[in-house]
Ligand binder design. Structure first.
Ligand code: PEP
Ligand code: MN
Length: 332
């Protein structure tokens, strides 16, 4: 359960209640919020004097639950707001990895041409083979920061492990936690204390419950700017790289209060399927799409098979605009 304490409950009382109910304490302005394990559903009569509001839940999806906050939480990065009152759908595009300055400049040119406001690219790439390109590291982050300075883009870039998380937090506008890192508690803990939005990707072997509970680690540590990203899960199917769980997206929309971004590129794994999937994603009425583009995907150092050429993306963009209009979303 979540308990909002009355302002008359001082720190001593809050600590006493936290100990009694095994709760995490979250301070929001002058209000102390206690989050207990969800199996606890009532407080003792003698403690009621301290409680302003009490919310009970069926599971440990609590802060992220629509039962707690009905509206989708607003999350702001750069000039973009998603969720909240907005009907924005952020199109976050860019190459899989930062490979060179010319590549990033070409990507920036496409983003500017389309009037978009954010750029994605990884400087630290988590890979399945140690012999693959693992990113430009800090030099890559500096190139991304340069794009923000020159063009005002909000930068979305991923953290691979906890050794460089402080740099990512310092350089990024949105910290992306990749599918392979969803369970990394060192990363989640740092993200929970960061004053930056966190784009949390679903682990490809994780249930929706596990996924949303990972977001609870960030929320309960004090960072309320969390975006959920569905990027495909592993199923028995081998013809596509992963399976984009759109049923899961419907669940997340119904039961959670966090903005949702969909990533058709990593789900499909092959460029030929990405435009149709991206249109399906837009039709899901979500808060954003993450799509990989590369001026020449055949020579990309990572995820070569799934990145769209700039020409392919221009064509896709036009059709996404029509769908956005039909569902009353504004592409930003
Ligand atoms: C990426 O966005 O380039 C990436 C590695 O994504 P994921 O963590 O979903 O595999
Ligand atoms: Mn990628």
């Amino acid at each position: 359960m979540i308990l909002h304490l009355k302002n008359t409950a001082d720190k001593k009382v809050a600590d006493m209640l936290a100990e009694t109910y095994e709760a995490i304490v979250l301070n929001q302005g002058s209000t102390s919020i206690l989050i207990t394990p969800s199996r606890m559903r009532t407080v003792e009569a003698r403690h009621e004097q301290w409680i302003d509001k009490l919310f009970v839940f069926d599971s440990d999806i609590q802060l992220a639950s629509r039962q707690y906050i009905r509206e989708t939480r607003p999350v702001k990065f750069g000039d973009i707001t998603i969720g909240g009152e907005s009907r924005n759908c952020a199109l976050i595009i860019g190459p899989c990895g930062v490979e060179s300055e010319p590549l990033i400049e070409e990507s920036a040119a496409l983003i500017r041409e389309l009037g978009l406001k954010s750029m994605r690219a990884g400087a630290y790439k988590p890979r399945t083979s140690p012999y693959s390109f693992r990113g430009m590291g800090l030099d890559g982050l500096k190139l991304l920061a340069k794009m923000r300075e020159k063009y005002g883009f909000a930068i979305v870039t991923e953290v691979r492990d906890s050794t460089h998380i402080d740099d990512i937090i310092a350089y990024a506008d949105v910290v992306q936690v990749g599918a392979k890192s969803m369970y990394d508690h060192g990363i989640l803990q740092k993200c929970s204390k960061a004053n930056k939005p966190i784009l949390l990707k679903r682990g490809f072997g994780s249930t929706l419950q596990e996924f949303v509970q990972a977001s609870e680690f960030i929320l309960s540590g004090g960072n309320d700017q969390v975006i959920l990203c569905e990027r495909g899960i592993r199923t028995f199917e081998t013809k596509s790289r992963f399976t984009l769980d759109l049923c899961g997206v419907a669940y997340l929309k119904e039961y959670t209060n966090l903005p949702i971004i969909l990533d058709p590129s990593h789900a499909m794994g092959y460029a030929y399927g990405v435009p149709d999937l991206a249109r399906a994603c837009m039709a899901m009425d979500v808060d954003g799409l993450l799509i990989e583009v590369h001026p020449n995907p055949t020579i990309a150092k990572s995820d070569a098979s799934q990145q769209l050429t700039h020409e392919q993306f221009r064509a896709l963009y036009k059709t996404l605009q029509s769908i956005a209009t039909a569902i009353n979303r504004t592409i930003v």
